[in-house]
Design a protein around this ligand. Structure first.
Ligand code: CUA
Length: 336
């Protein structure tokens, strides 16, 4: 069966369809923006398919009619030529009308995606090579906080995202919830997302932005409003303190080494900004923009050799002894 599919050229199509699950698919929609985009896709694909089928039928009919004809193709009667001219003009007109309808439908659909309402939650997302900084803003400074590579949203509420590139152009895309929007340095773009159902939706940078473009993923976690508020309150809090000896040793190593110069851990003296805020890194599902599930082991592997795991990224190798590495990874994993 597989061999037949490969020979017939259908295998790539089957693989594409097989990847359409709710993890990351524009055809499995969970929000109004993605749903209207899906309708637009279906409308355009269906119209193009009908046009293609009609062209094929016309071509087969023309070939069939010409079978056995003796006259050269250029030898056409004037009356017949006029008729052909009228048909071609009508078809060109129809093509122009179809293109105009497509353009209007695309404009109306995509324009509705970035309209903000007064009750929207506002989140500022910055794209960097190759991770996402996520800042929950708002009028009250005490309620703002920052995280990375993971956007939590309350189910059923519009979330207005302010998007900006920090170095090169990136593109924000979470197919199950909304369309794509570019993050451009020096310009603020907007998009509104909403999830109608709780769930975890994968997003991905959709604009080639350098060596690790493929490893620039993020998660949108939609939860019930009460769960979201609990999460947000926990994120606002400074890093957890502990009396565990190994974790405390890890914290001391982190503060003494170069780590603290690049990362912020609120509630400690680490206030670096080039890298992701790590205040609650242990509570995030993945590290390094979706590269690994967050575990103490993956944190240790990442710290031990970030350039082999994600070549070209900005995290330098900080030389640590095995004991220091164990302690630092225990400390970061404890930051829930
Ligand atoms: Cu960022 Cu591709």
């Amino acid at each position: 069966m597989i061999r037949w599919l490969a020979r017939s050229g259908l295998l790539p199509a089957c693989l594409l369809l097989a990847s359409c699950n709710n993890w990351q698919s524009a055809l499995d929609t969970h929000g109004p923006a993605a749903f209207s985009l899906k309708q637009l896709i279906i409308f355009i694909v269906a119209t193009c398919s009908i046009v293609w089928a009609l062209v094929m039928v016309g071509m087969i009919y023309a070939l069939w009619r010409r079978r056995g004809a003796q006259r050269p193709a250029a030898d056409v009667l004037p009356a017949r030529e006029r008729r052909i001219g009228r048909v071609v003009t009508a078809l060109v007109g129809l093509t122009a009308i179809i293109i105009a309808i497509f353009t209007l439908a695309s404009f109306v659909t995509t324009h509705a995606l970035s309209v903000a309402g007064p009750d929207d939650l506002t989140v500022r997302v910055r794209g960097l090579q190759w991770w996402w900084s996520v800042e929950y803003t708002g009028p009250d400074p005490s309620r703002r906080f920052e995280t990375a590579n993971e956007i939590h949203i309350p189910v059923g509420r519009n979330v207005h995202l302010l998007l900006e590139g920090d170095d090169v152009i990136h593109s924000f895309w979470v197919p199950s919830l909304a369309g794509k929007q570019d993050l451009i340095p020096g310009r603020l773009n907007e998009i509104t997302i909403r999830a109608d159902r709780a769930g975890t939706y994968r997003g991905q940078c959709a604009e080639f932005c350098g060596l690790q473009h493929a490893h620039m993923a993020f998660l949108v976690i939609a939860e019930q409003p009460a769960d979201f508020e609990r999460w947000a309150d926990a994120q606002r809090a400074p890093a957890t303190q502990t009396s565990d000896e190994e974790i405390a040793a890890g914290r001391d190593v982190f503060m003494a080494k170069a780590c603290a110069g690049c990362h912020t851990i609120r509630g400690t003296q680490a206030a670096g900004t080039p890298g992701p805020d790590l205040t609650h890194v242990g509570g995030r599902r993945t590290i390094a923009a979706g590269l690994f599930e967050t575990t103490r082991g993956s944190l240790a592997a990442w710290i031990a050799d970030p350039q082999t795991l994600k070549p070209g990224n900005n995290m330098p190798l900080v030389p640590l002894t095995p004991d220091e590495l164990r302690a630092v990874s225990a400390y970061l994993a404890s930051l829930k």
